[in-house]
Design a protein around this ligand. Structure first.
Ligand code: SAH
Length: 217
């Protein structure tokens, strides 16, 4: 019984977060719906579960954090998802964005460098019955060539530059969102593959943990 009361309380908090995202300018209904149904409290460590629906980044252990909901919401909106895409996520972390993505695209491939985080994410996604996700533990900084090309690539950690290997794994029209370190801090960069090359635009300031590995730091 107690568990049911708690679930109802979480549901109320989740609704409030969705309203907050909407008033912050998120107007992609599919993205808002994903936030309404994916239980963020199951993706954060138990002792801080009560803070799961604050619009805040929270510690995951291993010196990593789950991003603020508004950041995930913005990235997913910028990715312009229609439900049929193959998506690559680099930096599974908690698996929360993976779960959101699983509702917004056709299939998600996701790579996490830290085995403990990758294993936890796998357990969480399995417990929720999410099946259109393929996870791997390892260095994702050079992408996952085996399953390329992807319509969308989302990188959840900041790189020294945009890796060419990631660009080459995009479909024509495909989008890559990656935080890149610059003189003044970090910028979120949107790369779009066009018929004859790539377009790059810095869309906003960013604050992410470093992307480690071959094409990272
Ligand atoms: N969006 C995630 C948060 C990502 S935090 C969430 O919802 O929880 C960034 C993650 O990227 C961390 O878990 C970190 O371990 C991972 N990471 C850093 N470098 C990586 C690399 N080269 N390959 C795969 N994962 C990496």
């Amino acid at each position: 019984m107690a568990a049911r009361v708690t679930d109802t309380a979480y549901r109320r908090h989740r609704r409030r977060l969705v309203e907050q995202l909407r008033s912050s300018g998120i107007d992609d209904l599919a993205v808002l719906h994903a936030f309404d149904v994916v239980p963020r409290h199951l993706f954060v460590p138990e002792p801080i579960r009560h803070r799961a629906y604050d619009d805040a980044a929270l510690p995951l252990g291993h010196r990593q954090t789950i991003s603020r909901p508004i950041v995930h919401a913005l990235h997913l909106s910028l990715a312009g998802l229609g439900g049929t895409e193959r998506a690559l996520e680099i930096g599974t972390g908690s698996g929360f964005q993976t779960a959101l993505l699983s509702r917004l695209v056709s299939h998600v491939f996701s790579i996490e460098k830290i085995p403990e985080l990758g294993d936890l994410a796998r357990q969480r996604l399995r417990a929720l019955g999410i099946e259109n996700v393929t996870l791997r533990v390892g260095d994702g900084s050079a992408g996952w060539a085996e399953h390329a090309p992807y319509h969308v690539i989302l990188v959840g950690a900041a790189a020294p530059r945009v890796p060419d290997s990631l660009k080459s794994q995009l479909t024509e029209g495909g989008r890559l969102l990656i935080p890149v370190a610059s003189d003044g801090g970090q910028k979120l960069v949107l790369v779009t593959r066009t018929e004859d090359g790539f377009e790059e635009a810095a869309v906003e300031d960013a604050r992410f943990v470093p992307l480690l590995g071959e094409e990272g730091w």
